[in-house]
Design a protein around this ligand. Sequence first.
Ligand code: HEC
Length: 245
Amino acid sequence: MMRALLLLAAALPLCAQDALVARGEKVFQTSCSVPYCHGPNGTAGRAPKLVGHSFTARELSNIVSDGIANKGMPAFGAQLPADDIRAVVGYIMTLRGSAPASASQTVAARTVPEDAQSGKALFFDAVRMGGCGRCHELEKRGSRVATDLKTAAAHTDLRSIEVHHVMTAQPAGESAFPVLVAEQSQKRVRVFDLSSPLPVLRTFAPDAVKLTAGSAWEHREAVSGYSDAELQEIAKYLQWVAAAK
Ligand code: HEC
């Protein structure tokens, strides 16, 4: 009995560590791997990849808090609570070296069948600034800005998709723009700005922005860079993902 208790006690810090890393992974997804910057799970985005880095926790903590002047890395010290910074540093530390540490990274990539391959390439097309992947994540690639398509119903027309969650943000002294709300708390409001070709995550004090339901934003704007034939290829890829989930 005593022995079991001791073992339990020894295991506790590990669980706490896991919880910290899991929370850090979430912070990373919403604050670091937005389309403009680091890629999902530490892969390369517009900012450098973080998988395999050799920073110490203290160095990372300084970089995240203070930013890197002239390099485009913003200072998050004033934006994120200290706990979130600690968590995200804990998560990024699991990306050190070459060993993938997070559960989501170890999911083996399945082979995409031939008839879905061109659709997949189009979905993440770099020429189209990431294509559908600018807003949707699939197979651990792309950005989790909008709906998870793995669980979405099948759609035959990717242009006229009904929009339910897009709202209108009206910051004081700025023109209104369509957004997807990422976080809304008493402390802050964080929204993905859909008026930008690459949705940018913007943070406001709650009283500095007014959110209203609905918007004139249409999905056809998001997919206007694709031809009908290309959208059909992409639909095949989506069907394969849905069938293989
Ligand atoms: C600029 C961001 C953006 C891009 C790019 C984009 N989408 Fe979307 N997508 C959205 C938003 C926003 C919604 C609707 C979310 C809501 O309000 O319910 C959506 C919804 C969808 C849905 C419906 C999901 C459901 O639950 O029924 C599908 C399917 C979809 N998108 C596929 C695509 C495909 C395929 C592409 C590329 C050809 C693409 N999207 C490109 C933002 C985007």
